[in-house]
Design a protein. Structure first.
Length: 450
């Protein structure tokens, strides 16, 4: 049993929950337990997502009827034995030092009965040094808090009231226990009232102001350097097993490869490996890739540049693949944040998933609007009218890009990637089709090829 047990409650906000869980999967300290409760959601895909979590070490609870929040918390309290119990909103983004900071404060401060994190304040972000303050006064915070079990146990009245009520904190202080505010791992809270505390709403303007389609973008600039494993070893024990290998071939294009890697790491479904192959020795490229410090990234180099459109490196990736599915991409391809999620969901008993790809290789003045679209998760081909769109139904040469299809590893191993001419990607795809595979044609824009 781990010292920390985290509870997340979902109610018809599945996209937020997926991002929140994905952040927890990238924690530097992986020694925690996780329970996700769905409180009678009607949103499509929720039941399947909960089942997937249950198969991968998460305690997933599905309710058919709505349960009051305080009762959910009390059931959680009664069904666990962990010394620290954390209740998280599902609409928060979580820095990679959240778990380590929480446990450190609770371990170091035995008089602290409750720990909360600063919210929406990036300037406090610091993954190199723990910063917190022990308080003996009122903190108005109902969720995103971690209770010491013994503190909660000595307040029996709490079991009958809403746990976020100020009544709770008054009782806590009556018992001589203190609270702690943790500053070095602030949470970004999207749906709650706390977002209004940001001066002039400038934070939201900075983050989503470019998005003319009005869709939320779940990123924050101050956390861009908070990579898993930056401070310590990647110790996620509660890790979802990878199902997909994404092979990325690269040569130069330093800024593009950084952007592409980041967009893969921002996926809502973390069950993938990013297998990067550099065409020829390049110390700068190695430094860029290794700076991300994510264990899902594998970096390889050709000893000498082959200059065969990356096709030779694709074949090497196939031969080394150990996941159920495989696909390839280029260093100037940018995925939707739901690329992995949509592909894995579409496979079922299919052998190939064919996706829609927007071809952005036109003057930047024409293509600029499509990059925010893909980043915001716009899947409708109609949102990409300014560029060429390769749909999933045309299998002829010139209509299949390297990133247009995802395939079962056993099937691609039968064919290999042995063609090195310009249209080698189409030739390989055509050879796959000759084996009469089951193909799912997904008319959703999931990648842009710049």
């Amino acid at each position: 049993m781990n010292s920390l047990h985290i509870l997340i409650v979902n109610l018809n906000n599945l996209f937020y929950t997926k991002n929140c869980v994905a952040d927890l999967m990238r924690q530097m300290d992986g020694d925690f337990d996780l329970t996700v409760v769905d409180n009678a959601s009607t949103e499509e895909g929720t039941s399947e997502y909960m089942d997937m979590l249950g198969r991968n070490g998460v305690t997933a609870v599905k309710h058919e009827e709505r349960v009051p929040l305080n009762e959910l918390w009390n059931r959680f309290y009664r069904s666990t034995q962990n010394p620290y119990l954390c209740l998280l909103n599902n609409d928060v983004r979580i820095p990679c030092n959240f778990v380590s900071d929480t446990k450190a404060v609770m371990d170091k401060e035995p008089e602290v009965g409750l720990a909360v994190h600063a919210t929406n304040n990036e300037k406090f972000m610091d993954i190199t040094e723990l910063r917190y303050e022990v308080l003996f006064g009122n903190i108005r915070q109902g969720w995103d808090m971690t209770w010491r079990r013994t503190a909660y146990t000595i307040i029996p009245e709490c079991l009958e009231v809403y746990f976020g009520d100020d009544f709770l904190y008054a009782k806590l202080y009556e018992k001589g226990l203190k609270a702690a505010m943790i500053f070095s791992s602030p949470l970004i809270h999207f749906l709650g009232q706390s977002i209004k505390s940001v001066a002039n709403n400038q934070f939201m303007k900075d983050q989503v102001g470019w998005n003319t389609l009005g869709l939320p973008e779940y990123k924050w600039s101050g956390y861009s350097n908070a990579r898993p494993g930056t401070v310590g070893p990647y110790s996620m024990k509660l890790k979802l097993q990878p199902l997909l290998t994404v092979n990325m071939v690269t040569y130069e294009r330093y800024e593009d490869v950084k952007r592409s890697i980041q967009m893969f790491l921002d996926q809502t479904d973390p069950r993938f490996v990013l297998d990067i192959w550099q065409d020829g020795k390049d110390d700068t490229k190695r430094e860029i890739v290794e700076s991300f410090k994510d264990p899902r990234i594998k970096y390889n180099e050709n000893k000498h540049r082959a200059n065969k459109y990356g096709h030779d490196m694709r074949n090497k990736s196939i031969m080394q693949c150990r996941t159920k599915y495989w696909c390839t991409t280029n260093d100037d391809n940018f995925p939707s944040p739901v690329f992995v999620e949509e592909v894995l969901k579409a496979f079922g008993d299919n052998d190939i998933v064919r996706i829609t790809v927007a071809m952005g290789n036109l003057p930047i003045g024409i293509t600029a609007p499509i990059y925010p679209s893909i980043g915001a998760g716009c899947l409708d081909p109609n949102d990409y009218r300014s560029v060429i769109v390769l749909g999933p139904d045309n299998d002829s040469v010139g209509h299949v890009d390297a990133c247009s299809f995802i395939v079962k590893t056993e099937k691609i191993m039968e064919v290999g990637w042995r063609h090195t001419e310009f249209h080698g990607d189409w030739i390989v795809y055509d050879e796959l089709l000759k084996k009469n595979p089951k193909v799912c044609r997904l008319n959703k824009v999931l990648q842009i090829h710049r």
